[in-house]
Write a protein that binds this ligand. Sequence first.
Ligand SMILES: Cc1cc2nc3c(=O)[nH]c(=O)nc-3n(C[C@H](O)[C@H](O)[C@H](O)COP(=O)(O)OP(=O)(O)OC[C@H]3O[C@@H](n4cnc5c(N)ncnc54)[C@H](O)[C@@H]3O)c2cc1C
Length: 433
Amino acid sequence: MREAGGTAANAKNRRQFLRNAVAAAATAAPWPLPLIAQGAPHVVIIGGGFAGASCARALRKDNAGVGVTLVERQHIYTAPPLCNGILGGLRTLADQQFGYGGIRAAGIRVVNAAATAVNPHARSVTLGSGDKLSYDRLVIAAGIELRFDAIAGYSEAVAEQLPHAWTSDGTQIMLLQRQIEAMEDGGLVAITAPANPARCPPAPYERASMIAYFLKRRKPRSKLVIIDAKDQFTMQALFQEAWNALYPGLIEWAPPSKGGDIASIDAAKKTINTDFDTYNFAVASVIPPQKAAAIAARAGVADRTGWCPVDPITFESLLQKNIHVIGDAALAGAMPKSAFAAAVEGELCASAIVALIAGKTPAGAKLLSNCYSLVGRDYAISDTGVFRPVAGQYVEVAGAGGVSPLDGPPALRAEEARFAHAWFRTATRETFG
Ligand SMILES: Cc1cc2nc3c(=O)[nH]c(=O)nc-3n(C[C@H](O)[C@H](O)[C@H](O)COP(=O)(O)OP(=O)(O)OC[C@H]3O[C@@H](n4cnc5c(N)ncnc54)[C@H](O)[C@@H]3O)c2cc1C
């Protein structure tokens, strides 16, 4: 919180903060100079995905007296939700991509640069250029880091052949789409699914569904296997019901109890080896285990799990003061790692920051997450959860959410498919538009 007066050390920090802020303003895109002149509180947000962009917008809307700088390394954000639809031919890359013009137009200063270091004591963020940004509060909304070293034979270089297509850069999903398009009919597509916690738990199964949708029409002799690190997965009965109805005999699911534990991958031989089987694939999408983005560890907010424990009301890190973590990087109890949740967390975090700056106590709130999965062209299913903070953790409110019904009529599945695309349009318009 900023107060008039204060100690000599505070005054020195304030002068340093202003010097750094002015220096940063001179080297990057303009931001309201009157705010700098007034020494307005400055919030830096690292990561312009659903979480960071929503937080930035909410901060601008809630309190015009707070300076907001959004640091994002990419010029174009490729939204992961529904990107599996590209594999089914139901969506295009252009449908998924968003620039930062809309966010700039909302009065937010966007710096297109990678944040390379955070100094929690000096309250500064270092950019790839070497420039530093000072903050009063920092929000880390940088998403995930893939643990390439977790699977023998897989690496960042191998991902250029066996795409994960799991981040917000569009090249991987297009690589996978081209590989499926080019494979011979009769080949095997393999998807490896990681253990939780991971980004969007239903998405590997949505991916299987969308590839099956493509194979059934274009390469009908081909098969697909999901080599899973889990013995159960979210909305399992709903997915399996849909696969039996839409793609009978096409999709095999291999959990650890049926030999699905990956021992190694050989990209040259195009094999995935488990303890019991060797799968010879034509195309493989390897989705490795994950952790919070690298900058979180560098800021000292990730714990031994690789994720970032936070206070569920303010999203302030439990490990570093004045740093908040939102979106997929955060470990917020039962909150799922979804775009829906990330955007809501961004808004809640913004209002907590405004309250903290004003010296008020932020109020806790219930949180909603709703996630659609495309299974066919006119067939989608969904999972809705309501969460509330209890004893320092988000817990799911029993009976408040739920999944689509089993044995649902085709009209309901088709309606959910329309809702999925409509949700995406609304969410991305509100976040990036
Ligand atoms: C295939 C797939 C399907 C999905 N489907 C759905 C769905 O249907 N519904 C749903 O709600 N969710 C879905 N999700 C999950 C959703 O995409 C994520 O939960 C969401 O993107 C998380 O948002 P985020 O802002 O935390 O992270 P991200 O979206 O990953 O954004 C993080 C941003 O931070 C930037 N960044 C990282 N490090 C730095 C740095 N050091 N400096 C500067 N910038 C940095 C990155 O470039 C990125 O733009 C899906 C995910 C996948 C992979």
